[in-house]
Design a protein around this ligand. Sequence first.
Ligand code: 4AD
Ligand code: MG
Length: 458
Amino acid sequence: MDRRIKEILQTPAKEQELTVNGWVRSKRDSKAVCFIALNDGSCMSNIQIIIDKENSNENLLNAINQLNTGASCSVNGILVESLGKGQTVEIQAKNITVLGEAPDDYPLQKKRHSFEFLRDIAHLRPRSNTFAAVARVRNAMSFAVHKYFQENGFLYVNTPIITESDAEGAGEMFQVTTIPMEKLSGGVDYTRDFFGKKASLTVSGQLMGETYATALGNIYTFGPTFRAENSNTTKHLSEFWMIEPEMAFCDINMNIDIAEEFLKYILQYVLDNCQEDMAFFNQHIEKGVIEKLENVIKSEFKRVTYTEAIDILEKSNEKFQYPVSWGIDLHTEHEKYLTKHFNGAVAVVDYPKDIKAFYMKLNEDGKTVRGVDILVPRLGEIIGGSERENDYETLLGKIKEVGLDPEEYSWYLDTRKYGSVPHSGFGLGFARLIMYVTGMENIRDVIPFPRSSKNLKF
Ligand code: 4AD
Ligand code: MG
């Protein structure tokens, strides 16, 4: 078996012969010797390939000429201790097979490129240090999500992407149509043409998740969700992955406890398992990000009510772009202020009912609902959740009040009609969590191929 660089770099050099495959990151060629830095994506580090030109065969000398930055090759050689700085082992090449050359116009030359530029070549950016590191951290975090839930007895449920109902009731859905493009101009109601019915891309798996939680106990979904809001910001995408646990026999406080424990678990997992990549982010992307995450893990999330949060904002001397008063939806600037005020993550609960989704449980005051947003420094909202309204009549009334069709939600109402139980859940935007962990500033740079009002290339 050919070896991967991550594993080779961890083995002591014992003059062993091996084969490694990868892409050339750089080449330094002098009269007597040529050094090639080879990367295979298994880790951030390259392995150094040495070609002793004076004792080389034709094959090696030809390979040197062909192997520019970006070219791919398979190297056979001897793993030896390295005397050079920066690496403990290197490979003395015996044979190199050039697999694919890279002409001089290869866009990822050694200099630093802007993230805007790299976004435009999203098909090549995983070959850069930053995007390879993001991909590895994203992978580790996906795994940690499943690991946490599986270790804690949650069942993984796959909810559909094509759906009839608006899970958030916010009217921000992309329509699905089977009508050929040329017919669309002919006055056809394409909003009702999923084989004659209305269909959209899901904004959240929550409502269907609830039907499984109210049968099986604790469940979670983890899949793509879609929002047709035209928010051209650094933290909104049209397509993003969401993690949505739903817990039966669980109130809002238990819900927040689980959210906090879950977030800390993921952060710890990344710190333990992605040390090289996190060291890179710590040095090049957000100075001190590792310490920040360690502090979050050690700290207790602050918990305040929306009413208390508004009070804090009103009493602050900050000049907000959006004026603050009881009843407003919190904007990112307000959320950031609150995380600064409390110097860490904050869970805000009991929002006014009119600014939150129809399914949230109404409090005894008749004015607020048991919704929670968890806010983190730099980003603001990272999690949105709630205890769910479990009273049939109240929920039905709310569905009518916000102008949704009770007929369309009859299946959802059934979970309250038959054996209703207190239950709660939350949604974590996966891309926002990756931004938080890596320090990356634009959400378009933590997902392989971003989709937003301005991004559809690829
Ligand atoms: O607050 P949201 O809209 O809540 C829900 O969808 C609920 N159904 C969740 C639940 O209770 N099961 O979205 C949840 C999270 C947000 O806190 C945010 O992290 C992320 O999803 N999110 C987005 N991420 C990227 N781009 C967007 N346009 C996002 N909209 C929400
Ligand atoms: Mg929200």
